[in-house]
Design a protein around this ligand. Structure first.
Ligand SMILES: Cc1cc2nc3c(=O)[nH]c(=O)nc-3n(C[C@H](O)[C@H](O)[C@H](O)COP(=O)(O)OP(=O)(O)OC[C@H]3O[C@@H](n4cnc5c(N)ncnc54)[C@H](O)[C@@H]3O)c2cc1C
Length: 410
């Protein structure tokens, strides 16, 4: 097997890092006061301040101008259509270079294929209707959110209670969505609702997706949910109180919304694995350097076998995660069926990052716990990654059920 990264992907990665260094970092430096404290980044209700939103938009639109923003958008709706290997490679490179939680970098340069830009979900929309929105989304001027989860329905999507009822040419949607990334700021929403209770009860369909303008009467985001040590976040609760949407704004066929919702799930999970590998590399590099310079008992701690083993275990973990991620990305790009393998990669990548961050903090002693080095930010992120986009348990369930059905190991 040859896993040499094609030159075209390497060139995009180099250009991306140049963009970060020459433009995004400069913008961050010029806005240091705003970005250095969450008290400036969030309003008291947990929403981003207008200043921060304006900066994010600026980077997003510049990124679109330079062609990065739509790299993973499907070609049929005007994206570059880059595949899984490109997604994992670029995410790794970006995160190894930037580390965790740089507000202007993380979410806007290579957006999640689900929540921003040219989401693969939009390939299910009537092309003529989507054309009215395409440019606004592709340019980064407008953003969207993906509303599937609810207070009583996360892993178990068939438990959703939001309903859409037909009324002439319209559908009327009522319900509550929870954990919706970017919902406090989104201009458009992909909303999934029950359109046939009987089919949904039998778990045979009955859920349909709709493209909703978030300014529509009845669409509200009453609160955001701050997560793990943050004063706010980009996750919100969405209430839909008789929201009207035209039938031509349906996402795909009636009652087939779950397959529409899963469009792009492989690339999304593999991108996340690439992010984990990049962040783990970033942390190990810091720990290795620190071990060489930190002196205890008259010698650098790098000379202590206990510390060497922590560094070595990180390297083993990263190498394993990278090898399986690249192999899986290659499988996905070849069009091979890879549901089980993608699940394994998401489980291993996110859990690997938790182990690596933990060891790298330990190598740093008390310094590892300070906010200054951002290792703790990486640690929190690693913890968070095990929940969205399929929890570790639900993915293990996928792997096990495939094995029990006779699926072989790759
Ligand atoms: C940061 C973040 C961003 C998110 N963004 C979005 C978004 O943009 N749009 C969206 O629609 N949703 C989003 N979500 C929701 C996310 O998809 C759900 O949180 C996730 O699917 C888990 O659902 P839950 O939280 O309801 O947990 P539950 O489903 O209630 O699970 C609770 C626990 O039980 C375990 N469990 C449940 N069922 C089983 C089972 N059958 N076997 C074994 N273990 C089981 C789970 O693994 C978990 O440990 C986001 C969540 C987070 C944290």
């Amino acid at each position: 097997m040859d896993f040499t990264i094609p030159e075209e992907i390497t060139a995009i990665g180099d250009a991306l890092i140049k963009f970060i260094d020459r433009e995004v970092t400069v913008l961050e430096d010029a806005n240091r006061e705003l970005l250095s404290s969450e008290r400036n980044m969030f309003k008291p209700d947990g929403r981003y301040t207008d200043e921060l939103l304006a900066l994010k938009r600026q980077v997003r639109m510049r990124s679109a101008e330079l062609g990065f923003y739509t790299l993973f958008g499907p070609q049929q709706i005007g994206g570059e259509g880059l595949g899984a290997l490109a997604a994992t490679t670029l995410q790794e490179q970006l995160n190894a270079h930037c580390g965790p939680e740089r507000a202007l970098v993380q979410s806007v340069v290579l957006p999640s294929p689900f929540t921003n830009g040219l989401s693969p979900v939009f390939t299910s929309m009537d092309p003529q209707v989507f054309e009215r929105y395409r440019e606004r989304l592709a340019s980064g001027d407008k953003t969207s959110c993906f509303c599937l989860s609810e207070p009583d329905a996360g892993s178990d999507v068939y438990a959703i209670k939001t309903v859409a009822e037909r009324d002439g040419d319209d559908w009327v949607i009522t319900g509550t969505k929870q954990w919706i990334t970017n919902s406090p700021y989104a201009d458009y929403a992909m909303v999934f609702a029950i359109t046939d209770k009987e089919l949904a009860r039998k778990r045979q369909g009955g859920i349909t997706g709709f493209f909703v303008d978030t300014r529509t009467e009845g669409f509200n985001v009453p609160s955001v949910i701050p997560l793990m040590g943050h004063l706010g976040y980009d996750i919100g609760i969405v209430t839909l109180d008789g929201v009207r949407v035209r039938d031509d704004h349906r996402l795909g066929a009636l009652n087939k919304g779950l397959s529409v919702a899963l469009n792009g799930v492989n690339i999304g999970r593999l991108s996340l694995a690439g992010t984990c590998i990049g962040l783990a590399r970033w942390a190990l590099e810091q720990a290795t350097e620190y071990a060489k310079t930190r002196i205890t008992f008259g010698r650098p701690i790098a000379e202590q076998q206990a510390v060497q083993f922590m560094l070595a275990d990180c390297a083993v973990d990263i190498y394993a995660a990278k090898s399986m991620t690249q192999n899986c990305a290659w499988r996905v790009d070849q069009g091979m069926s890879s549901t089980k393998e993608v699940a394994m990669v998401k489980i291993f990548g996110t859990e690997m990052l938790g182990r690596v961050m933990d060891r790298c903090m330990q190598v740093h002693g008390g310094m590892g716990l300070t906010n200054e080095l951002r290792l703790e930010a990486g640690y929190r992120l690693a913890r968070l990654f095990r929940i969205p986009d399929g929890t570790s348990e639900i993915l293990r369930r996928t792997v096990a059920s495939r094995l029990l059905d006779g699926d072989e190991l790759a």
